[in-house]
Design a protein around this ligand. Structure first.
Ligand SMILES: [Zn+2]
Ligand SMILES: [Zn+2]
Length: 177
């Protein structure tokens, strides 16, 4: 299974982090990677946030190949109707986006760890996983950055075995014991 990745960040560490999550942790292929600029109409000027689902819809229109997943890494904040913000959104079997702004902190290392967790979480949804209540599982729903920090950059056994049923073998170092 291949992924087309779209970035609005030039941060090389973020890119490496995203690539590693896709390729080394989920064993998926990156078939294309591109820098993009999002059109203004996707941005809510009043809220100073992107409309998350519309960003994902837009990115899907940029797809070069058939049958790939699209994945957007957006260096800004996003929301969906009814929520103050989202760390990301995903459509199963189609694609996802993550928003970096609220993951940032003084520690680059912590920012990258949070980014890795959110990439795994959203791609988990893309691959067919739902939210999981198992303590520490990366598929825990996170309503705050505190909750992002509470979970691990790893799937619980149940989520990992569901992924393997879907044909995705998670790197065993990222499966909770
Ligand atoms: Zn989720
Ligand atoms: Zn789980």
């Amino acid at each position: 299974m291949g992924v087309e990745v779209f970035y609005t960040t030039e941060d090389i560490d973020v890119r490496k982090c995203v690539e590693a999550a896709i390729v080394e942790i989920l064993n998926l292929k990156i078939v294309d990677e591109r820098d993009i600029a999002l059109p203004d109409w996707l941005f809510d000027q009043r809220r100073k946030q992107y409309r998350a689902e519309e960003v994902l819809d837009y990115i899907a229109t940029l797809r070069k190949y058939e049958k790939t997943y699209v994945f957007g890494v957006i260096d800004a904040d996003g929301y969906v109707k009814g929520l103050n913000f989202v760390f990301g959104v995903a459509y199963p079997h189609m694609g996802a986006v993550v928003f970096l702004q609220r993951l940032k902190t003084q520690s680059k290392e912590l920012f990258l760890l949070r980014t890795r967790k959110e990439v795994l979480h959203e791609l988990g949804h893309v691959l067919g996983l739902e939210h999981c209540k198992q303590f520490g599982c990366v598929m825990n729903f996170s309503n705050s950055v505190f909750e992002v920090d509470m979970k691990r950059d790893a799937f619980c056994k149940k989520c990992a075995s569901k992924l393997s049923e879907f044909g995705v073998v998670v790197n065993p170092r990222h499966v909770l014991i």
